[in-house]
Structures are given as C-alpha cells and as structure tokens.
Design a protein. Structure first.
Length: 259
C-alpha cells in the first residue's frame, strides 16, 4: 500500500509541473512570461516612435498579444485615465502628470523612471528664420511654437526660459510635442522647443540646436501599470519589457538617456 501511495503522489507532482509550464515560459528576449490579449498603453507623444517599435517587438515575443497605443500630451492622458478611460499602462513624460493618477489611486504601483530627456531648439531645414539661441524666442518678428505649459515639454520650456532670463513671444501653443514638431517640419514657424529625441526622430526634415540651459530642465519619464488594467498580466509584462535590456537598447538608440 505504501508503494502505491508513493507512486500516486509522484504522478500528481509531475502533473502539477506540466500544467503551469505555458504561463511561466519566458518571452523571447525579455525574461518575462508570455501573455496574450489586447494591451492598451497610454504614452507621452514623445514616445511615439520608440513605443511603436517596442510594441512590435513585444508582440513578436508574445504571439497572441496585441498592443494598442494612445499617444498624446501627458496631462491629457492623465485626465483621461482619471475620468475612467480603460488602459493597462501609463508612461508619462514627467512625474507631475504621473502624480495626477497616483493621487487618485488610478495607479497604485510605484512608478519606475525608465528614461530621461531634455529640450533642444528645432528649426526648419536650412534655418530660414536665422534662429541661433533662446534670446531669439523673444523677438516679435520670429514665428515661434511652444508646448502649452500644462504638458511636460511646456513646463520644461518655461523653466529654461526662466533660467535664461528670456521672455518668449510664442505665436502658437500646442498640446503635445509632436504638434510643435509638425509646425517646424512644415515650415510654419521659424523655431520651437522640443525634446532632443524628437529632433532625432524627424531626421533631415529639421535641424536641432543645443543650448546650455536645457540641462536645468531634464524630464524624468515614469511608467506603471494601471490599477484596474483590463489585462493586468499583460500590463505587468509590457512594463517589464520596456525596462528590459532590449527595451533600453531601443530607447537609447532614439536618444533617450538612462536614469
């Protein structure tokens, strides 16, 4: 009888090992379990190119998973989340906007800073407006675009102008950094402030000009899963993927700086 009991116990143990194998198999290149289903990611507009690539990489590593993005200004995304918009992950371009959703318990996990970014002056190719530095942003004869102050790129711009003691005279205030970049690439303005990563993403459509005051307004980018994520397992896996070596490589190649 004791031999039979031992045999039955061994069979149960083996069956238990086999039943959990699929859910714990690491996704290729990420070290995280494979997941399936839709994953909705709310991400700052400045993450458009990198997160689009990371989404494709995540899907390749997790057959059956589909990543959907909502790219916009971080302040708008935080407001949408606090109003109940369904999402699995939030990646903000500034801690202040992440705090908006942690204060309401829309996000309960501690956000992780995954990259840093800073501003650069951007001008149309050839620099027809002859922009050379921040002081030019105060001249009425220059057409200037900036982000609105409530979005991270606008808050950073306000800080660098204060440091430089320049009072800008913008002709337009946009709700996210990509809208500002579009104004420049189309030649609708002479100059603007965007992130260095946006200048790089635009390629030869624009030209970038570095300035010293940018070091005084470096933005931290936090990321976290949403508390009531419809696909909680996938939310956690996507955050881990962004933080993985592969995620860091994609972000670094785009010009983001590790925290």
């Amino acid at each position: 009888m004791s031999r039979i009991a031992v045999a039955v116990a061994a069979a149960v143990a083996l069956a238990g090992c086999g039943s959990g194998q699929t859910s714990t198999t690491p996704a290729s290149g990420s070290g995280t379990p494979k997941v399936t289903g839709d994953i909705t990611v709310f991400a700052a507009a400045s993450l458009t190119e990198t997160f689009t690539q990371l989404g494709k990489d995540f899907e390749a590593a997790n057959p059956g998973a589909k990543v959907k993005f909502n790219f916009a200004g971080s302040s708008a995304l935080a407001q949408q989340l606090n109003q109940g918009a369904p999402a699995d992950v939030f990646a903000s371009a500034a801690p202040a906007n992440m705090k908006q959703v942690t204060d309401t318990k829309t996000i309960t996990d501690t956000p992780t800073t995954f990259v840093k970014n800073k501003l650069a002056i951007v001008v149309p190719k050839g620099n027809p407006g002859k922009i050379s530095g921040l002081p030019d942003f105060a001249f009425a004869d220059k057409k200037i675009a900036l982000c609105a102050e409530q979005v991270p790129c606008g808050a950073a711009a306000k800080k660098v102008f204060e440091v430089a003691k320049v009072k800008p005279a913008p002709d337009t205030l946009e709700q996210d950094v990509k809208a500002v970049l579009t104004k420049v690439s189309l030649g609708e303005v002479d100059g603007a402030l965007v992130y260095k990563t946006d200048v790089k993403a635009a390629g030869d459509k624009v030209e970038g000009i570095d300035f010293a005051e940018a070091d005084q307004a470096v933005n931290d980018y936090p990321i976290a899963p949403v508390a009531k994520a419809p696909n909680a397992a996938a939310a956690k896996a996507f955050v881990e993927f962004v933080l993985s070596a592969k995620g860091k490589a994609v972000l670094s190649a785009a010009g983001f700086v590790s925290p």
